[in-house]
Design a protein around this ligand. Structure first.
Ligand code: MN
Ligand code: MN
Length: 318
């Protein structure tokens, strides 16, 4: 990818300490020209799809702040993403906080520009509805597989009458629009009280592999990785990580917490298990700083972004 082109590296912490300087993702330069970039880190500061506690619109800024903790090389896989690929902070998408359709168009337009230039996107939300306009760009040539970490299936139909676009509905819309292949979709960590027994009908009848949290704890992360790899296969796939999939004792700063989730460590192990899959993009969503008194949830978000970045970098050079 990057042979004779210029790679970007985080600001040297021995020159500029981590608490200083402008807070870009991973302390990388902010680049606007997609022809200079292989993997774009992008903020989507939008939470208009949130049905309960809002605040994820503030996620990108706080994830940028906490991402100053990230170093350059993965401590287990030894992947060095900034040596493998040209990675940069490409800023935030435009959004219109008063117009949902306009916001989704603006988000898709931004990601189309990346995809059309061969750039792999890695986004920080925003609520989970952000993933739908991203997928409209990433999957415009045909449905992709989906690795979906979440406490919630996000496959409801409508809210408050006939509102089809919420953070509880994006993956039903994504199936209807031909953006994801439900048979190559796996949801990991589903739990929490439901509106009614029909809530999971769509996910299960469309053929999604749903790993409820009870099965998760029975299998453990290594067996779950096998299930992910079996479900996704060799085709293109997108990874979406809703931080409420993790137990809220680790990630309290999110809009819809559900107790009884997996740990941050298990989340890291599962993402590492994606290495070698044909990954074409990813996101981390639902970090809501107003509920994140210590900044811990944003640190989790930043760390998961680094984990996903490492497996995306390997996919780029494959
Ligand atoms: Mn979600
Ligand atoms: Mn969720």
């Amino acid at each position: 990818m990057s042979n004779d082109k210029e790679n970007f590296h985080p600001i040297d912490a021995s020159v500029m300490p981590r608490f200083a300087g402008m807070p870009t993702f991973m302390r990388l330069p902010h680049i606007s020209d997609p022809s200079m970039v292989d993997i774009a880190l992008v903020g989507v500061p939008w939470d208009a799809g949130t049905t309960n506690r809002a605040g994820a619109r503030h996620g990108p800024r706080e994830i940028r702040n906490q991402s100053s903790f990230m170093r350059a090389v993965h401590h287990v896989s030894r992947i060095a993403p900034y040596d493998l690929c040209r990675v940069a902070d490409m800023g935030d998408t435009e959004v219109n906080p008063f117009d949902m359709q306009d916001s989704m168009q603006k988000i898709t337009t931004f990601f189309n520009r990346l995809v059309d230039n061969g750039v792999t996107p890695l986004a920080a939300g925003g609520d989970h509805l952000c993933t739908l306009p991203i997928l409209r760009a990433v999957a415009k040539d045909g449905p992709v597989g989906l690795v979906h970490f979440d406490a919630h299936s996000d496959t409801n139909d409508t809210y408050f009458g006939n509102n089809k676009y919420t953070h509880g509905t994006p993956f039903r819309r994504a199936v209807e629009e031909g953006l994801i292949d439900p048979k190559r979709t796996i949801q990991i960590g589903i739990r929490g009280s439901i509106y009614g027994p029909e809530d999971m009908e769509f996910a299960e009848s469309s053929g999604m592999r749903v790993i409820y949290i009870e099965e998760y704890f029975k299998l453990g992360p290594e067996k779950v990785i096998e299930e992910i790899r079996r479900t996704i296969g060799d085709g293109a796939a997108y990874v979406t990580f809703d931080v409420d999939g993790i137990d809220p004792s680790f990630t309290p700063g999110t809009g819809t917490p559900e107790i009884g989730g997996y740990s941050t460590f298990d989340a890291q192990v599962m993402i590492r298990g994606l290495q070698g899959l044909n990954l074409v993009g990813g996101d981390v969503v639902e970090v809501a700083p107003p509920f994140d008194a210590s900044g811990m949830t944003a640190l989790v978000g930043a760390t998961l972004m680094f984990e996903i970045l490492c497996v995306l970098a390997v996919a780029r050079i494959a």
